[in-house]
Design a protein around this ligand. Structure first.
Ligand code: ADP
Ligand code: GLC
Length: 486
């Protein structure tokens, strides 16, 4: 099939979270299955033509993209995704995309992604390429199904084009005031109370995608079930109920050419399931980097995360003193809400020989933490899929997680799963969203860390699991076929 894969972030060009990892890996796997895939993303300021060998696409040329009647000159750079022949197209409009951050809270955030989506559609038109399916990801791309069904339906090129929307995180919906409607140039008939693109008087991009995409999926089976409940649906559970027959969950995969301790190019000592000695060397290296004394008998707990409520930082805050009282060391990497950044910065002053903190984004350090830590903490309030716990499994870094979404689908609690004689426990999990439950599970993990019979078994159970993209890409393959037939 001919697939247009549209995403606001793609690794290695631009990344704020797991969406980039998925968009960097899945298109290449789909190409291996025989699909013709073209990827589209915005050309943000740091994406360098020289570094990635990108070229101005003469064939597409200069486009005039309309936002509320005003036209914006836009063009496209073309390249190939690393180590592959998959085409990637970068929508170039410096006015909108040359900013400090990928996502902003600027007044024209709506315009940035209206321009992106229309420019994707118009680039496809100029190529004269008729995709069988447009795969949209999150709110930044979720007007596309409606745009091609309505605004661009005069073009026969899209006559047979099906659309799939993947929801990576319902917490981000692209909600803007009513004025945004005229900027999109979408027909006003779709905007009415509780209608397909309206929510409490606002325009809601994600809701439009849920309504108009031919199929919808999310990134784990458990999150798909959770999204149908008011507790997790963030106001869109009813919209999803209405599309229940077209809605499913596919667990994300992992790109083991990047996240694998045997070949990881960011870590000083490689290791494998058969010989974990390199892991202790990485722990030494990591602790030295933060000026913390290495002690093989004290477990090192790692956190790599956007510092937002979604990721469970409020329950960490609840029991912070108790956590710091445990016989453990900590390395924490992340950025986000300043109250959480400050909370950890203060801890470094209080416990300099116990905790190392890096506030910011640091790809190399994220690999080092996976390779050097003993335990990985991810107590998310909700988690559509979560990738770091899956990386942790591969790195023999035992995850402690809250049992929700993709965390529930990938981490089996050691105590729970061994009591049935299944012997497949690969981590620790808790269900109740509270500091107390979190603390209990961290305690269980620390106790078992000291049990030299049990711990290697837990690590082994995680390391042998295969979450490569191959399986998930097969599932997308089937979903694409179902979507196209519809
Ligand atoms: P989410 O997409 O919700 O942030 P995921 O677990 O799916 O959560 O993916 C997060 C990705 O972003 C992982 O690849 C993780 O290593 C990376 N990441 C998160 N925070 C940082 C950071 N501060 N520095 C480097 N990488 C980070
Ligand atoms: C989102 C989710 C995360 C998921 C990622 C990739 O950012 O928060 O759970 O792994 O998208 O699908």
């Amino acid at each position: 099939m001919k697939i247009a894969f549209v995403s606001s972030e793609v690794y290695p060009y631009a990344k704020t979270g797991g969406l980039a990892d998925v968009s960097g890996a899945l298109p290449k796997e789909l190409a291996k299955l025989g699909h013709e895939v073209k990827v589209f993303m915005p050309k943000y300021y740091p994406v360098s033509e020289y570094e990635y060998n990108l070229h101005y696409d003469n064939y597409i040329g200069e486009m005039k993209i309309h936002i509320g009647g005003i036209s914006h000159n836009t063009h496209v750079f073309h390249g190939y995704m690393p180590d592959s022949t998959v085409d990637i197209y970068f929508i170039h409009n410096p006015h909108y995309f040359h900013r400090q951050q990928i996502y902003t809270d600027n007044w024209d955030e709506d315009e940035r992604f209206i321009l992106f989506q229309k420019a994707v559609i118009e680039s496809i038109q100029r190529m004269g390429w008729s995709p069988d399916l447009i795969h949209c990801n999150d709110w930044q791309t979720s007007l596309i199904p409606l745009l091609i069904k309505d605004n661009y339906n005069w073009d026969k090129l899209f006559e047979k084009t099906a659309t799939l929307l993947t929801i990576h995180n319902i917490g981000y919906q692209g909600r803007f005031s009513q004025e945004t409607l005229s900027k999109t140039e979408i027909n006003g008939k779709y905007f009415y109370p509780n209608g397909p693109i309206e929510m409490e008087g606002d325009v809601n991009f994600l809701k439009a995608g849920i309504h108009f995409a031919d199929k919808i999926n999310t990134v784990s089976p458990t999150y798909a079930n959770e999204l149908l409940t008011p507790e997790y649906g963030a106001g869109l559970d009813n919209s999803l109920w209405q599309r229940k027959g077209d809605f499913s969950g596919i667990l994300n995969g992992v790109d083991y050419s990047i996240w694998n301790p045997e070949i990881d190019k960011h870590i000083p000592n490689h290791y494998s399931i058969n010989d974990l000695s390199g892991k202790s060397e990485n722990k030494k290296f990591l602790l030295k980097h933060f000026n913390i004394k290495y002690n093989p008998n004290v477990p090192l707990i790692g956190i790599i995360s956007r510092m937002v409520v979604q990721k469970g930082f409020d329950i960490i805050a609840e029991v912070l003193n108790e956590l710091m009282g445990l016989e453990a060391q900590w390395i924490i990497l992340g950025s986000g809400e300043s109250k959480y950044e400050n909370m950890f910065n203060v801890l470094v002053y209080k416990y300099p020989d116990k905790i190392g903190v890096y506030i910011g984004y640091n790809n190399k350090l994220s690999h080092l933490i996976e390779a050097g830590a003993d335990i990985f903490l991810m107590p998310s309030h909700y988690e559509p899929c979560g990738l770091n716990q899956i990386y942790s499994l591969k790195y023999g870094t035992v995850p402690v997680v809250r049992k929700t979404g993709g965390l529930a689908d990938t981490v089996q609690d050691w105590n729970e799963y061994n009591s049935y004689g299944q012997d497949i426990g690969n981590g620790f999990s808790f269900y109740e969203y509270s500091g107390k439950a979190l603390l209990q599970s961290v305690n269980r993990a620390i106790n078992d860390f000291h049990n030299k019979l049990i711990w290697p078994k837990i690590q082994y159970n995680g390391m042998i699991k295969d979450y490569s993209w191959h399986h998930s890409a097969e599932e997308y393959n089937l979903l694409y076929k179902r979507t196209f037939r519809k």
